[in-house]
Ligand binder design. Structure first.
Ligand code: UD1
Length: 342
């Protein structure tokens, strides 16, 4: 196999990682998946194998452990790395900042060190729209200034972007793309892989599906007094399968050597704002059920509205979000039902 068609996927058993694994395989890439399984399990790979009909190459590795990670670089030839492995709970990061800084930055630095040592050129980094903070002008473009992060989690994304920018500038053979994800939701339409948060979900859609499944009693809508059309917050909810395909488009671009600069950034969203209440109503309608919910106070740290200008990704990556909110929320519910044997 041509090393250009081979990719190392760190955190490949997680929510976004497993969906990206499917799309990479569908696009003809050979993928080496690594994960320390700290926030995921091997069932996701079983789901991927069912969907694709392919056996997955998997190694249980912690990317913070450079000795083990070096063995992966010695064992496999690949030109590209997609780095997902990271902690992602905003609230937890406030309580355990050192865990977040050492895990999220340490693992990424190890990846970059080894890419330099082994002369592996292409890296795609999972960044987040959180770097925009509470932006004044909406929608945000990639040129919208980043704001000081509200949480250590958010700060790891900002710092990692800077590390990548500096490394691409300094090291001749290194090329990087940071994808700024908006709000990834949904699941594979097969219902075989999806999001599985540990404990009580913090994010909206897993809370909704768990409430619909009867695991949670009632969904709290955090505020309906924002300065938005219906008073609830506005977000740019991006289907996880579309998001996965954005990684394939970014990787194709790197391999074609089509990049306009050594380090590039793309917003990955739909470009359409959707309110929390609108999302709940759509979920109820397309899945033909009633969701118990109540309006409660605002959640500290929430921003009223954030959505993406996605023209750069549309033009440069030739990528657009193709799935609509109804399909996305049907898939989310299908996954939850599958998981709970409903
Ligand atoms: C958060 C993170 C973001 C991260 C993303 C992952 C911040 C400030 N936010 O985004 O970095 O990338 O998760 O998907 O760093 N809501 C409810 N009830 C709930 C849960 C949520 O009403 O039980 C509302 C929230 O108030 C918010 C919207 O739903 O308005 C979306 O919330 P959530 O899914 O947690 O995502 P974000 O906070 O936008």
């Amino acid at each position: 196999m041509d090393p250009r068609k081979r990719v190392l996927l760190s955190g490949g058993c997680g929510y976004i990682g497993s969906h990206t694994l499917v799309e990479l395989i569908n696009a003809g890439y050979e993928v080496i998946t690594i994960d320390n399984l700290s926030n995921s399990d091997l069932n996701s790979l079983k789901g991927v194998e069912k969907i694709t009909g392919k056996n997955i190459i998997f190694e249980k590795i912690d990317t913070c452990d450079i000795t083990s990670l070096r063995k992966i670089f010695e064992k496999y030839e690949f030109d590209s790395v997609i780095h997902f492995a990271a902690f992602k709970a905003v609230g937890e990061s406030v309580e355990k900042p050192l865990d977040y800084y050492s895990n999220n930055l340490g693992s990424f630095i190890n990846i970059l060190k080894l890419m330099k040592e082994f002369n592996r050129p292409n890296v795609i980094f999972s960044s987040s729209a959180t770097v925009y903070g509470n932006a004044n002008d909406l929608p945000v473009t990639e040129a919208t200034p980043r704001q000081p992060a509200e949480s250590p989690y958010g700060n790891t994304k900002t710092i990692a972007e800077d590390i990548l920018r500096d490394c691409c500038k300094a090291y001749k053979n290194l090329f990087g793309i940071a994808l700024r994800y908006f709000n990834p939701i949904g699941a594979h339409p097969s219902g075989l892989i999806g999001e599985l948060p540990k404990g009580v979900p913090n994010n909206l859609v897993p809370y909704i599906t768990q409430t619909a499944a009867g695991i949670r009693e009632c969904l709290s809508v955090f505020g309906n007094d924002y300065d938005t059309p219906d008073g609830s917050c506005l977000r740019d909810f991006i289907d996880v399968v579309d998001l996965a395909k954005a990684h394939v488009a970014a990787l194709d671009r790197m391999i074609r050597k089509d990049m306009k600069a050594k380090y590039e950034i793309f917003n990955i969203g739909t470009g359409r704002p959707v309110s929390v209440l609108e999302l709940i109503k759509t979920f109820e309608k397309v899945n033909d059920l009633k969701l118990p919910y109540k309006i409660t106070g605002r959640r500290p740290g929430d921003i009223p509205a954030l959505w993406a200008d996605v023209s750069l990704a549309n033009i440069e990556l030739g990528w657009t979000a193709g799935r609509n909110l109804s399909e996305t929320l049907q898939a989310a519910w299908k996954w939850e039902k599958n998981l709970r044997n409903i």
